[in-house]
Design a protein around this ligand. Structure first.
Ligand code: ARG
Length: 309
């Protein structure tokens, strides 16, 4: 807090806790010396005192509002870190291995998206600060300017383009499904008619599953919740992004479930920025291009997906 803030806040606290009751002694109050007690004060002076307190309270509130506003002004400039560097505030729904996830006992978020955005930030000369936000809260967080970008396996589509802008695509994905290993009746998406399906809330999977005739769609918070629901018999299938389904089955060694080869959609992931923030989108695209040219993108890709594209 700087001096004027301390001055006003100190004053208001003293007035409110009644340490200083005498309006004529405000100057003394400020110095912390209060000689007159309000108890024996005349009715007029108590009235004056009340008005004075009100006035000061309004003053302090205005000051606080002004300080607050200057701290989070409506400009699009990047925040600065304690070390003075520019910070890129990133929102991700950290529940989507191998794109964004957190292993038990590990403090760092990991995954393809996490490595990529750190590399992009580095290329742009920004420090990257990642916040974990539920998938359906990501676009609102971007719109509220709580974060500068989203990287979270977010599929580029026209509906979302009305609310946010996207970078160039950085990963080719699409939807597949997971069923129980002993499932006999579901072999293709056409077989999902009238079935119970789990999807992550707010995703393209949710949108697509709702188009399936007679299907009962359960929208859960995370893909892990969806897989759990499938294993417990609460649903017949999980519709979700292919690389995430594959990773779940193969890499994390899940038993009792399998993925089916059919692809319902093909989708591209993009990094989202606030609608109209062309400058940031361009910087991200330039960094992405550079990483593709210098082999860094391929390195990160190979780390998470092996050699296959
Ligand atoms: N690609 C899908 C979509 O954009 C799912 C993304 C989910 N991402 C996540 N981090 N949970 O709707």
């Amino acid at each position: 807090m700087n001096e004027p803030e301390e001055f006003f806040l100190g004053l208001v606290v003293r007035l409110m806790i009644g340490e200083c009751r005498c309006p004529t002694d405000v100057a003394m109050c400020l110095r912390g010396v209060c000689t007159t007690s309000g108890v024996g004060a005349s009715p007029e002076s108590r009235d004056d005192m009340f008005k004075m307190k009100k006035l000061l309270l309004v003053g302090v509130l205005c000051l606080a509002a002004a300080i607050g506003l200057s701290g989070c002004g409506g400009n699009q400039e990047a925040a600065t870190s304690s070390s003075g560097g520019k910070v890129l505030k990133v929102g991700a729904s950290v529940d989507f291995a191998p794109f964004e996830f957190q292993d038990e006992g590990q403090s760092e978020y990991q995954g393809f998206d996490m490595d990529l955005i750190r590399a992009i930030g580095k290329e742009m000369g920004y420090e990257v600060e990642i916040s974990n936000i539920g998938f359906d809260g990501l676009i609102p967080a971007l719109q509220a300017k709580n974060v500068d970008v989203l990287i979270s396996g977010v599929t580029i589509n026209d509906e979302r383009k009305q609310n946010v802008d996207f970078s160039d695509p950085y990963y080719e994905s699409g939807l597949t499904m997971v069923v129980r290993e002993n499932e006999q009746n579901i072999k293709t998406f056409a077989d999902l008619k009238g079935k119970k399906i789990a999807v992550q809330i707010g995703t393209t999977s949710a949108k697509e599953a709702k188009k399936i005739e007679g299907a009962e769609v359960k929208e859960l918070n995370t893909p892990a919740d969806c897989f759990m629901e499938l294993k417990n018999g609460g649903v017949d299938a999980v519709v979700n992004d292919r690389p995430v389904n594959d990773y779940y089955i193969h890499k994390s060694g899940q038993t009792g479930v399998k993925t089916l080869p059919e692809r319902l959609t093909s989708e591209d992931y993009g990094i989202a920025v606030a609608k109209g923030n062309k400058e940031l989108a361009e910087k991200i695209n330039a960094a992405l291009k550079k990483l593709k040219e210098n082999g860094e993108y391929d390195k990160i890709f190979a780390k998470w997906f092996g050699a296959q594209k």
